[in-house]
Design a protein around this ligand. Structure first.
Ligand SMILES: Nc1ncnc2c1ncn2[C@@H]1O[C@H](COP(=O)(O)OP(=O)(O)OP(=O)(O)O)[C@@H](O)[C@H]1O
Length: 341
C-alpha cells in the first residue's frame, strides 16, 4: 500500500506538490492523472526516496523508502526509462541489479521473457528504441517481484501490442493483490486499466475516487431516447424548457434530464419510447472538464485555413512567438496538436 499524507514539495518559489493526501490500496490499479507539470512525477519520485518532501510524508507499506529492508522486493518503479548505462546490454543491466540485491539469475531470465525482450536482451542499451527502453525499465521494476509497482508513463513509446501488454500486466499484478500506481496521458487506455483514479492539477488533488464515481462527475449528463412519436415528444420537451437535439430519424439526445423522468413523461402522454439510454461520459470528457483551468502549458488552436496559430485566449498571429511562459510547450505540429514530450 502507498500512503501519501499532506505531501508538499517546493522548488524555490514553485510549489510542485501542494499538500496532497491519498492512499493507493492493494489489489487495485490506481491511475494517476494530471496535465503536464501537475506534479505526478515529483510525487512518484518522493515515494521512491529520490526527492525529499518539503513537508508531509510518502510511505510504502508504512515506511519511507530509505527505511525499507528489502527495497526491490517491496517496491518496483519505472520512473525514467533512460536511466540505464548506455554501454551495457539490457541483460548486463538486469544481472547487475539482481546481483547487488541478491536475486537469482533465473529471475533475470524470467523478467526478460515476461517483458518480451528475449531477442534484444544482449543488445547495448544505447541502441534501444523508446519502447524497448520502456520494457527494460518495467523488467527492472519487476525484478524483485515487488508488492508495490509504480509506473510513470509506462506506455510512452510503446506500440499498440505493447500498450495492451502493459494493461494486462497492470491488471494481472492487481489480481495478485499487488498495489499498482500508474500515470498516463492516454485516457482511453487508462479507462480500461484503472480501478481508481487520483487526479491532480497544479500540485493539488482534484479528484480521488473509483473510476465509476469519477465518470459520474460529467456535467453534461445526456440521455438518448428513441420513439416513433418523436415530434409529439419533442414538442412536449420544448414546452418544459428541456434542451435536446434530434438524432437520426427517430431519436432525441436530451440534456440534463434523468432517464426515469423521461420515461415517466412519455408514459403519462402514452408515448412509447423504444430506447432510453443514459450516455456514459468518457474518461477523457470528464478529465478535460475537470482540468480545463489547471493546465499550466496551454497550446494555441491551429487554423488550418491560413496556417496561423491562435494563442490561448488571444487573436490569430502568423507565427507562434517564443514566450518564456510557454517554454516547456512542444512545438505546434502541422496537424495542430502538441507533439509528444
Ligand atoms: N528539479 C526541479 N526543479 C524545479 N522545478 C521542478 C523540478 N522538478 C519538477 N519541477 C516543476 O514541478 C512541477 C511538477 O513537475 P512534474 O514533473 O512532477 O509534473 P508531471 O505531472 O509529472 O508532468 P508531466 O506530465 O509533464 O510529466 C513542474 O512545474 C516542474 O517544472
Amino acid at each position: 500500500m502507498l500512503e501519501v499524507s499532506q505531501l508538499t514539495r517546493q522548488y524555490g518559489d514553485k510549489t510542485a506538490v501542494d499538500n496532497i493526501s491519498f492512499t493507493v490500496p492493494n489489489g487495485k490499479v490506481t491511475g494517476f492523472l494530471g496535465p503536464n507539470g501537475a506534479g505526478k512525477s515529483t510525487t512518484m519520485r518522493m515515494l521512491m526516496g529520490l526527492e525529499h518532501p518539503t513537508s508531509g510524508s510518502a510511505l510504502i507499506d508504512g515506511q519511507k523508502y530509505a527505511s525499507l529492508k528489502s527495497p526491490l522486493s517491496t517496491v518496483g518503479a519505472l520512473l525514467d526509462a533512460k536511466a540505464m548505462h548506455p554501454g551495457r546490454s539490457g541483460l548486463q543491466h538486469l544481472r547487475s541489479l539482481a546481483l547487488t540485491h541478491g536475486f537469482p539469475k533465473k529471475r533475470v531470465d524470467e523478467v526478460i521473457e515476461m517483458t518480451g525482450l528475449s531477442a534484444v536482451a544482449k543488445k547495448k542499451v544505447k541502441g534501444f528504441s523508446l519502447g524497448m527502453g520502456q520494457r527494460m525499465g518495467i523488467a527492472g521494476a519487476l525484478l524483485g517481484d515487488p508488492q508495490n509497482v509504480i509506473l510513470d508513463e509506462p506506455v510512452n513509446g510503446l506500440d499498440p501490442e505493447g500498450v495492451i501488454w502493459v494493461r494486462n500486466l497492470a491488471r494481472h499484478l492487481a489480481s495478485e493483490g499487488k498495489t499498482v500506481l500508474i500515470s498516463s496521458h492516454l485516457m482511453s487506455e487508462m479507462s480500461q486499466t484503472a480501478d481508481n483514479l487520483v487526479v491532480i492539477g497544479r500540485g493539488r488533488i482534484l479528484a480521488n475516487s473509483s473510476m465509476q464515481d469519477y465518470l459520474k462527475l460529467a456535467d453534461d449528463q445526456r440521455v438518448l431516447v428513441r420513439t416513433d412519436q418523436r415530434d409529439e415528444f419533442a414538442s412536449f420537451l420544448s414546452q418544459q424548457g428541456v434542451n435536446f437535439s434530434p438524432v437520426e430519424t427517430d431519436g432525441l439526445m436530451v440534456e440534463h434530464t434523468p432517464a426515469r423522468d423521461l420515461a415517466s413523461y412519455a408514459l403519462d402522454r402514452r408515448i412509447l419510447l423504444h430506447e432510453v439510454t443514459p450516455q456514459v461520459a468518457t474518461l477523457e470528457q470528464v478529465y478535460m472538464q475537470m482540468t480545463r483551468d489547471e493546465v499550466e502549458y496551454h497550446s494555441g488552436d491551429f487554423n488550418a485555413a491560413n496556417g496561423s496559430v491562435i494563442a490561448p485566449g488571444g487573436s490569430p498571429s502568423q507565427a507562434p512567438q517564443a514566450d518564456p511562459a510557454t517554454m516547456y510547450e512542444s512545438p505546434q505540429t502541422p496537424w495542430g496538436q502538441k507533439g509528444s514530450n
